[in-house]
Design a protein around this ligand. Structure first.
Ligand SMILES: C[S@@+](CC[C@H](N)C(=O)[O-])C[C@H]1O[C@@H](n2cnc3c(N)ncnc32)[C@H](O)[C@@H]1O
Length: 272
């Protein structure tokens, strides 16, 4: 009997989850992380840049402001790519949006100066294959940039709170948050990189209250929508209570508002 997880089936399931809600709304919370990463990547005009698992294009759009064209965003949710096209067109930026799985990129070897992924590629179940694809499409001497939620940070804790109610990830699949540790990133890129800079940074998410946060995420964020569907009416109150108490615990704004500051690992690596 083969106990290996069916990664293709998990990828299809994840594609459905990320298609639920409207991640483009949630993406506005991480615009800053995209800008900070793109600055760290020191992109210059006419470099060819790929944003993997780009959603509605935060990274691709930030890069296009520096490359003056030549930028590609790839994601497996067509509706998010469409939102990226709308955003780029509103800013008169030249960005190509392509439907693709991060584990099987439809681009030639060494065809980009820079590949990046912002809270995206970390979610693909086959971590080795995803790392190999990021390395494959970048030219020797090019850069790979990532922003990955860390295991101790607020977003990871929120996912763990949900998993307590919905059941763990499929057996045998590596947790996405491992990408949030320098050790695992070094292991995954191995000899494919000649240099790596990793730094822990904070994001900032600002809401009126825990209920405002939960209402917003339930409406727009696929993984939370899916968690509520999974627990059904019988489990809804308990899931909400746990998420609310987690949010109140990490709130940094006291009575004034609900502000969470989830930590992430920013990685800039040089392709060997
Ligand atoms: C948290 S969102 C981040 C989106 C975007 N990078 C941003 O910064 O706004 C995760 C994104 O990863 C995409 N994604 C997850 N797994 C993927 C895969 N295997 N292939 C392509 N895209 C994937 C989802 O569709 C979603 O758009």
């Amino acid at each position: 009997m083969n106990d290996a997880p069916d990664l293709a089936a998990i990828t299809r399931m994840q594609q459905q989850t990320w298609s639920e809600g409207d991640f483009a709304m949630v993406a506005s919370l991480v615009v800053n992380a995209a800008e900070v990463l793109v600055e760290a990547l020191e992109i210059v005009p006419d470099e060819r840049v790929l944003d993997v698992a780009c959603g509605s294009g935060n990274g691709a759009i930030a890069a296009a402001r520096r490359t003056w064209g030549n930028t590609v965003g790839a994601d497996f949710v067509p509706a998010l790519l469409e939102r990226g096209r709308e955003r780029a067109s509103a800013e008169r930026l030249e960005v190509e949006f392509v439907e693709a799985d991060a584990q099987n990129l439809p681009f030639e070897d060494a065809s980009f100066d820079v590949a990046m992924s912002i809270f995206g590629a970390m979610f693909a179940p086959d971590q080795e294959r995803t790392a190999a694809e990021l390395l494959r499409v970048v030219k020797p001497g090019g850069r790979i940039g990532m922003a990955n939620w860390t295991p101790d940070g607020g977003v990871a804790q929120m996912f763990l709170t949900m998993l307590k109610h919905t059941g763990g990830p499929p057996p045998g699949v590596m947790p996405p948050i491992l990408w949030g540790t320098e050790e695992r990133v070094r292991e995954l890129f191995g000899e494919g990189i000649s240099e790596l800079r990793a730094e822990k940074l904070k994001s900032r998410q600002v809401f009126r209250s825990a209920d405002h946060y939960l209402g917003f995420f339930r409406a727009y964020f696929g993984p939370i929508k899916a968690a509520y569907e999974k627990v059904g009416p019988a489990g809804e109150a308990a899931l909400t209570a746990d998420l609310r108490s987690f949010l109140e615990e990490v709130n940094t704004a006291g009575e004034r508002a609900l502000v969470i500051e989830p930590e992430y690992l920013q990685v800039v690596a040089t392709r060997a």
